[in-house]
Design a protein around this ligand. Structure first.
Ligand SMILES: Cc1cc2nc3c(=O)[nH]c(=O)nc-3n(C[C@H](O)[C@H](O)[C@H](O)COP(=O)(O)OP(=O)(O)OC[C@H]3O[C@@H](n4cnc5c(N)ncnc54)[C@H](O)[C@@H]3O)c2cc1C
Length: 397
């Protein structure tokens, strides 16, 4: 908890001004900490007399941190396929493991895993723990959670990474709770601090307006989920070798309160824009739902998929699976064409990794031009038809 030394406090109010949560109030010349305090520590940094102290004595502190070693990646396997994010996690996991001088292990849970487990060594894993059982064909939080938590408890890796996917988001927090570990969700960057080997986990905070770097100094493992398409995927290298360990499943781990009634494959309406090479994206500048006809024509000419800003998804012009951004999907296509999109930070957070960004906007000062490689200032109703004509002419030629 945050404590105030009344002897040292001079009631200057700098901490009160600094607190983003209005958790500090100066009363009768002395600062007081209220219930809103999140222990962020911002006030401690600005307190010149040193009157603010973080008292961690009452908190749980694991004393055996040094006995946790290695980097683990949970690899998602669904309907006989490895999720692309698993390769991205193996890419960053390999880097972190090399920086720490430890091994990289992958955990894969499912049914009929077959050669997939072995292939993970080619993507950088030194060891693969393969949990293969017919009752694990469908993902269920309780079964997967118990098995992963047991394996982590037995092998004690210092870092555990998983995808911030529907599956990762639903069961990794439960695993962290079982292990009494911290968890940083939706990380966009992971690094090792040189001095003490701590994992620095960076993620957007306060509506994407700041990037917060979080560390976990007093417990292990350090757990993080990472959004798909944020990290570079590991390349397959057939010369790499590693060990695949088949893990036995304990009967009690298969008990489940969940029954999977049906599994429905994603249809057209649930297009996965994270897999697209080219995206044509529409925003409020389209003026109405009909505006998407123009976007679809351009997408068709380019063999692209259609994406959107949140404003138009909220307006019901296009379904949510098309939304790009902080509360939508993070995409990294080769080409991203933003049409009538202003470029709010929450939108840019989801598309700035595109190789080439083209923006069409009639406002030359729109922030989208700050991230665009090519900008066209003009009315999209005039620009897009001309672009389509040019593309078609080029195709014919
Ligand atoms: C917590 C939080 C999370 C959010 N998450 C997301 C998210 O995931 N994704 C997201 O996109 N937003 C998100 N937002 C909303 C975001 O802040 C913006 O409100 C939203 O991105 C704006 O959408 P837009 O660019 O389509 O609309 P606007 O900001 O209204 O921009 C429309 C643009 O179209 C241009 N324009 C208008 N007419 C034409 C024309 N005829 N030709 C050319 N240009 C034209 C205008 O100049 C303007 O720049 C979030 C906000 C919050 C607070």
């Amino acid at each position: 908890m945050l404590k105030i030394d009344n002897e040292l406090c001079i009631g200057c109010g700098i901490c009160e001004d600094q607190c983003a949560f209005a958790a500090i109030e100066v009363k009768d010349g002395i600062a007081e900490v209220g219930e809103n305090c999140t222990l962020c520590g911002a006030c401690i940094e600005v307190c010149e007399p040193g009157a603010l102290v973080m008292d961690i004595q009452g908190d749980t502190v694991k004393t055996d941190l040094a006995s946790w070693s290695g980097v683990w990646v949970f690899c998602e396997y669904r309907q006989s396929q490895l999720a692309q994010v698993s390769l991205e996690l193996l890419g960053i996991g390999r880097k972190l493991a090399d920086r720490r001088g430890v091994s990289l292990c992958a955990v894969i849970i499912g049914s009929d895993i077959g050669t997939c487990a072995k292939s993970l060594t080619g993507y950088g894993a030194d060891t693969v723990y393969a949990v293969d059982h017919q009752d694990l064909e469908h993902f269920t939080e309780d079964r997967y959670g118990r098995i992963l938590a047991r394996l982590i408890g037995e092998h004690r890796p210092e870092i555990v990474l998983a995808g911030a996917t529907a599956i990762g988001r639903s069961f990794i927090p439960g695993v962290a709770t079982i292990l009494d570990a911290g968890l940083t969700a939706d990380c966009t960057s992971l690094e090792i601090r040189e001095e003490d080997g701590a994992l620095l986990q960076t993620r957007p905070a306060f509506g994407g307006n700041i990037m917060a770097t979080i560390e976990c100094p007093r417990s292990r493992p350090q757990m993080a989920t990472v959004r798909p398409k944020v990290m570079k995927a590991s390349e397959f290298d057939s010369s790499r070798s590693g060990e695949v360990i088949a893990v036995d499943v304990q009967t009690e781990e298969l008990a489940s309160r969940i029954r999977v009634v049906e599994s429905v494959a994603a249809g057209e309406e649930t297009v996965n824009i994270q897999e697209s090479d080219i995206l044509v994206s529409g925003g409020r500048g389209l003026e109405n739902e009909k505006g998407f006809e123009l976007i679809r024509r351009l997408a068709e000419a380019l063999n692209a998929d259609v994406a959107a800003s949140r404003a138009v998804v909220d307006a019901g012009w296009i379904p949510y699976p098309h939304q790009v951004g902080q509360t939508g999907k993070t995409v990294a296509p080769k080409l991203y064409i933003a049409c009538g999109i202003s470029g709010a930070v929450q939108h840019v957070a989801g598309m700035q990794s595109a190789d080439v960004i083209v923006a069409i906007n009639r406002d030359g000062n729109a922030p989208i031009f700050n991230v665009a490689d090519f900008g066209i200032v003009g009315d999209l109703n005039e620009v897009i038809p001309k672009l389509i004509t040019k593309i078609e002419e080029h195709r014919k030629a």
